[in-house]
Design a protein around this ligand. Structure first.
Ligand code: SAM
Ligand code: SF4
Length: 321
């Protein structure tokens, strides 16, 4: 079992299979980065899988594939199948912008994928264009319908921003509720790569808007999920992710692996250790030692909401959020 210095059990690995993306979301990658990681530096699926096996043997039982946009990487279904075949009861999920999901959902499901999280920030085509830098909404919604049709469990992520999509939180919630998909509102997390003039909404502002329309009760946190949950009178549950609150890190159970093999203990900080060298030389023991060291050095808390003006320099498209 992997246990960090604050007695948190680390059993959740998020694997970013590419930093590349077909969207240019204002809060994540508003412009194409100055340079992409060269293709030759990316770990192959076989190499990523070698590390995943080590992580599973050490106690990881939840794996999320993310990016960038994971569906841009060819043969993703084969990679999922490798993980599924190694340990079918691993909770295998993916976070995607859903743009390419319509043509791939069935294959992913057949490969062993159980759940997906999809980013839906708006239901208005022109707002989707303004947020993602491209006319994406039709494909995204078609992807969601297809995922539901093939039997994938779908959760929705929305990042509410003032003057952009804040007035749509009820509409997006209703869209999800109708389809029995849960929704989590993610507070915008400041980072050096985002567009400078974004004004995110914090939890009290979101709750005020939702309160004007619904009655709900505070359920607090559920297990190690970073979401603060609320239940409506009809039983529908929604969540708010509040990284600026202390509670966000208390039960954190996750570490992140980037497509070039950097193992990252916290979404906020730049610190990381590489497993690439060990994996490429077939040094399983060496890679396991790096894994243990990264878990040992996992910081107690992120620093969102810390020192005035401080922002994370970590790119979400690199870590996978
Ligand atoms: N491309 C996929 C997607 O958009 O779902 C997966 C990668 S994306 C980096 C993962 C999640 O991070 C998305 O739900 C996105 O909304 C969230 N995210 C990215 N930048 C963020 C920011 N600055 N603040 C809050 N959430 C952010
Ligand atoms: Fe791409 Fe996801 Fe980042 Fe949007 S949030 S730019 S879809 S990686």
């Amino acid at each position: 079992m992997l246990i960090d210095s604050y007695d948190r059990v680390v059993d959740y690995l998020r694997v970013s299979v590419t930093e590349r993306c077909n969207f240019r979301c204002q809060y994540c990658m508003p412009e194409k980065p100055f340079s992409w990681v060269p293709k030759e530096n990316l770990l192959s699926f076989e190499e990523l899988f070698e590390f995943i096996k080590i992580a599973i043997d050490e106690g990881v039982n939840k794996i999320r594939i993310t990016g960038g946009e994971p569906l841009l990487r060819e043969d993703l279904d084969k990679f999922l199948k490798m993980i599924y075949d190694y340990k079918p009861d691993v909770d295998l999920s993916m976070t995607t912008n859903a743009y390419l999901l319509k043509g791939t959902a069935q294959r992913l499901k057949d490969a062993g994928l159980k759940r997906i999280n999809v980013s839906i920030d708006t239901l208005k085509p022109e707002v989707a264009l303004a947020i993602a830098g491209k006319d994406v909404l039709k494909n995204v919604l078609a992807g969601v319908e297809e995922a539901l049709r093939v039997g994938l469990k779908v959760k929705v992520n929305m990042v509410p921003m003032k003057g952009m999509n804040a007035n749509e939180i009820v509409d997006v919630l209703e869209y999800c509720k109708k389809r029995d998909m849960s929704i989590r509102f993610i507070e915008y997390m400041e980072n050096a790569h985002a567009k400078a003039d974004i004004s995110g909404m914090k939890s009290p502002e979101l709750l005020e808007l939702l309160n004007a329309r619904y009655t709900f009760r505070d359920e607090g946190f559920d297990g190690s999920s970073p979401s603060h949950y609320y239940t409506m009178e009809d039983g529908y549950k929604f969540g708010i992710i509040e990284p600026y609150e202390d509670d966000f890190c208390k039960k954190c159970n996750r570490i992140r692996l980037t497509a070039e093999g950097h193992l990252i203990p916290c979404l906020y900080f730049d610190e990381a250790m590489s497993i690439a060298e060990s994996i490429k030389r077939g040094d399983i023991k060496g890679a396991a030692l790096v894994l243990k060291e990264v878990v040992r050095t996992k910081p107690e808390k992120n620093r969102w909401g810390g020192e005035e003006g401080e922002v994370s320099s970590r790119a979400f498209y690199e870590t996978g959020g």
